[in-house]
Write a protein that binds this ligand. Structure first.
Ligand SMILES: Nc1nc2c(c(=O)[nH]1)N[C@H]1C(S)=C(S)[C@@H](COP(=O)(O)OP(=O)(O)OC[C@H]3O[C@@H](n4cnc5c(=O)[nH]c(N)nc54)[C@H](O)[C@@H]3O)O[C@H]1N2
Ligand SMILES: Nc1nc2c(c(=O)[nH]1)N[C@H]1C(S)=C(S)[C@@H](COP(=O)(O)OP(=O)(O)OC[C@H]3O[C@@H](n4cnc5c(=O)[nH]c(N)nc54)[C@H](O)[C@@H]3O)O[C@H]1N2
Ligand code: SF4
Ligand SMILES: [Mo]
Length: 752
């Protein structure tokens, strides 16, 4: 019996089928479909992986596979992945019967080692720690750190649990590291943030796609199928300081690769916008009808003529002009054509431009450019951000963000408080006010006035948060740290109490993909005895803490409540339910009761009261020449195809960790030569915050003034030992993408 579900990892949420390995599944139905139309990243495809089956029965009494049973993965046809999966997806079921799986609550003893305890004792201890922290230090001494990896049900319940059971305002989540800058920019410009306001298939026939700071060929390989039209038209324009796998897709006549100085994208975008205005390429009719703020924006762009932009970004003025003309040409050619008409223009951003102290303004500059070209809410193009985590979209809608209530409502809005309080059966004044963003909360750990007792659900902040040494010190200062995970992550290893929870294929729920489409995640296997669902944990803790309302343990009941709580809000799910989702209906939010959802947003008007999008003048946050200190290199960080995030999961998949066993530093040959570094040497990368060691990978695919590290590894290989905790004032997004470092040889390759 095969279970139709979606991949546990990224926001593409590729559709897959899981079947007990013994039964087997058609190994090729997905793989074959995937290899059509995918060039470069096809190498990332592999055969369906069959996990060595334990000796257990093929099916348990529940109709699900028994714990320990191997499950085989097959790609499933779906409009986003068309049967394709990347290497992480193919190997995802390996973790379901991992010997490292946590199966009992673990309590840290005085000697620092963990011992298994019963659930009652564990929950009593956690509730006691909450009570004592709050008795001594006030309600906000308890904090919650959530995740864009949680299902909608868990994310929603976590927000309610923090506000009503823990009675704290201190809740935020790792989406702050991921989606906050683009979300802030989208809300500001359009009045609403849905990562892609159009279905992914709309990209298929685009003639021009400007992709800034996104490496989809590694981070969402099956996505590359949707770039084919633009590549065939010679119109894929990739902006990345590295020749990433995605930038390489723009080679050989498929488009352009612009490699700016890291952190200068805002200036680059303003330069392109300057040319658009100067050379009469703007859609003046659209600007007049659909936007506000044009005059101020125009003035702000005056000083960014191409030669000046070249000086700051290093991108040749001629390429800046060519980009402007290609974008505008595409938009013009296609305007007036029906939706999905060929030749449209899309502007898409990823973390490379968003994870900066001016990330919200940089995303705003991308939106401004799209608006000047008349793209958003048109039939011939648009702007979108490529959401990252599995439920990075839903995770930002249901109230686990410090300033937010379910339905993407503001916690400071009296009408929102009243609506949600009524659904929860409490008074509006029972709801705390806004808390603080993730980095501020992490930096407050164990300090006076800060959080003393922290619950972490679905994040490995000891590896993934900026200035990780400081974060680990904070975790150690806490009076009590509770981490819910299914593996002993580096953060769980710092905990007083570790609670073993369920993995993706062991529980029911929903995820909202990068298009704002709500999908069903289904259970395919029974969980191991000893692990518990997070809904159950929250319900048990809420009871112990005498919460004033009920916390259901049933995902469908929680979803129905979430739908009611979201009714009338920007992310309205009130017309959705499991039966509808199970039918495979296309469920794009907003999906108010009685509607059929919203595939494309903004076609008639934007979500501001006057229906107009806002053009917002922005300026670089720091004098751009400060980005480079003499003698130092700029470190940019990001991802490898084989590993997911902090690596807790993928480092435990043998096939993936064999492919990428440890930290490698990308460095340009000229820079390497200057520093006496050869390929394969062990090198030290350091700055005032910390030091890491890795192996030098000497490559032409990076600017000479820039080096690159992935952030997937812990300890002495953790890139976040080097990143600063500085944040964007608008979004609270940390500056993950640029820091200054020095690099030196630790050990020559020959000496190893
Ligand atoms: N394999 C894999 N896939 C993933 C994930 C993973 O961990 N591993 N994580 C998922 C998640 S949560 C996310 S958020 C997405 C992220 O997906 P992406 O945004 O594609 O990933 P990153 O590698 O962080 O950054 C993309 C690119 O930005 C470039 N970059 C760095 N600094 C700058 C800059 O200043 N300007 C410009 N223009 N580019 C810059 C980097 O060189 C890199 O190639 O991936 C999702 N998919
Ligand atoms: N230097 C640098 N740092 C970065 C980034 C970067 O580009 N550069 N990117 C940032 C971005 S975009 C992101 S999204 C973050 C991600 O970084 P993290 O927030 O650390 O994300 P994961 O590594 O996915 O951690 C998820 C943890 O939760 C567990 N887990 C998975 N599912 C569940 C669940 O349903 N419940 C519970 N309780 N646990 C679960 C996993 O086993 C794992 O230990 O990293 C950020 N950090
Ligand atoms: S692209 Fe993302 S969702 Fe698709 S298989 Fe790979 S990790 Fe899973
Ligand atoms: Mo992310």
């Amino acid at each position: 019996m095969a279970t139709a579900t979606h991949c546990p990892y990224c926001a593409l949420q590729c559709a897959m089928r899981l079947a007990p390995a013994a039964e087997g599944v058609s190994m090729n139905d997905g793989g074959a479909a995937a290899s059509k139309g995918m060039s470069g990243p096809v190498a990332a495809q592999g055969p369906a992986l069959t996990v060595a089956a334990g000796a257990g029965p093929a099916e348990a009494a529940t109709g699900l596979a028994a714990p320990g049973t191997g499950l085989a993965v097959a790609g499933r046809d779906f409009p986003t992945n068309r049967g394709g999966l990347c290497r992480k997806g193919w190997s995802s079921s390996a973790l379901l019967n991992s010997p490292e799986r946590l199966t009992a609550p673990l309590l840290r003893g005085d000697d620092g080692s963990f011992r298994p305890i019963g659930w009652d004792e564990a929950l009593d201890l956690a509730a006691g720690a909450v009570r004592s922290a709050q008795a001594m230090h006030g309600q906000d001494a308890v904090g919650v750190f959530g995740s864009g990896g949680l299902t909608n049900e868990k994310a929603y319940q976590l927000g309610k649990f923090a506000r009503l059971a823990l009675r704290t305002s201190r809740i935020d989540y790792n989406g702050r590291f991921c989606m906050s800058s683009a979300a802030a920019a989208g809300n500001r410009a359009f009045g609403l943030d849905r990562g892609l306001p159009f279905p992914l298939q709309d990209l298929d026939d685009a003639g021009t796609i400007l992709l800034l700071g996104s490496n989809v060929a590694d981070t969402m390989p099956p996505f590359v199928q949707h770039l084919k039209g633009a590549r065939d038209a010679g119109g894929l324009i990739v902006v990345d300081p590295r020749r990433s796998a995605t930038a390489a897709l723009a080679g050989a006549g498929a488009g352009l690769h612009l490699a700016p100085t890291p952190g200068t994208d805002m200036v680059l975008l303003m330069g392109i916008a300057h040319v658009v205005l100067q050379e009469g390429l703007a859609d003046t009719d659209y600007i007049a009808r659909r936007t506000a703020g044009f005059e101020e924006l125009r003035r702000s762009l005056n000083r960014w003529w191409p030669a000046r932009v070249q000086e700051v970004t290093g991108v040749p003025a001629a390429l800046i002009r060519e980009t402007a003309h290609r974008l505008a040409g595409g938009a013009r050619r296609a305007s007036g054509q029906p939706v999905n008409g060929t030749g449209g223009t899309y502007i898409l951003t990823g973390r490379g431009v968003e994870q900066h102290v001016d990330g919200a303004d940089t995303a705003t500059a991308a939106i401004n450019l799209a608006l000047l070209l008349g793209l958003p809410g048109s039939a011939h193009g648009g702007y979108g951000t490529l959401t990252g985590q599995g439920n990075g979209q839903g995770g930002r809608e249901h109230g686990q963000k410090a300033d937010q209530l379910p339905g993407y409502r503001k916690i400071t809005d009296p009408a929102a408080r009243e609506h949600v309080a009524a659904v929860w059966g409490v008074r509006p004044e029972d709801l705390p006010g806004p808390g603080v963003p993730a980095v501020e909360m992490l930096m407050s750990l164990g300090r006076p006035g800060g959080v003393r007792c922290l619950f972490v659900h679905g994040s490995n902040v000891a590896v993934s948060a900026p200035d990780a040494n400081e974060v680990i010190a904070g975790l150690r200062r806490l009076d009590f740290l509770v981490v819910a995970d299914f593996f002993m992550s580096e953060t769980a290893a710092e905990a007083d109490l570790v609670l073993p929870v369920l993995q993706w294929a062991e529980e029911e729920g929903t995820m909202t993909n990068l298009e704002g489409r709500v999908l069903r995640r289904r259970a395919a296997i029974d969980p191991p005895a000893g692990a518990r669902s997070e809904l159950w944990i929250m319900s048990e803790l809420a009871r112990r803490l005498e919460a004033p309302t009920n916390f259901s343990t049933d995902p469908e009941t929680v979803f129905d409540e979430l739908a009611r709580a979201s009714a009338g809000g920007p992310a309205d799910y009130s017309g959705l339910g499991y039966p509808l989702l199970d039918s495979g209906a296309e469920a794009y939010w907003p999906y108010p009761a009685g509607s059929t959802g919203t595939r494309r947003l903004f076609m008639d008007s934007f979500a501001h009261a006057d229906g107009r999008a806002r053009l917002i003048a922005v300026a670089p946050a720091v004098p751009t020449d400060e980005l480079h200190r003499p003698g130092e290199l700029t470190l940019v960080t990001g991802r490898l195809l084989e590993h997911y995030q902090s690596g807790t999961q993928t480092r435990r998949v043998a096939e993936l960790s064999a492919a990428q066993p440890g930290l490698a530093l990308q460095i340009h040959p000229v820079t390497a030569h200057r520093l006496g570094i050869e390929a394969g040497d062990r090198v030290t990368i350091g700055n005032g915050r910390g030091t890491v060691t890795g192996v030098a990978e000497v490559t032409q695919d990076i600017r000479p003034d820039t080096v690159f590290l992935p952030f997937h590894f812990p300890g002495g290989q953790s890139a976040n030992r080097l990143t600063p905790a500085a944040t964007d004032p608008v979004s609270g997004m940390p500056e993950f993408k640029t820091s200054s470092v020095t690099v030196s040889v630790l050990e020559k390759a020959g000496a190893l």
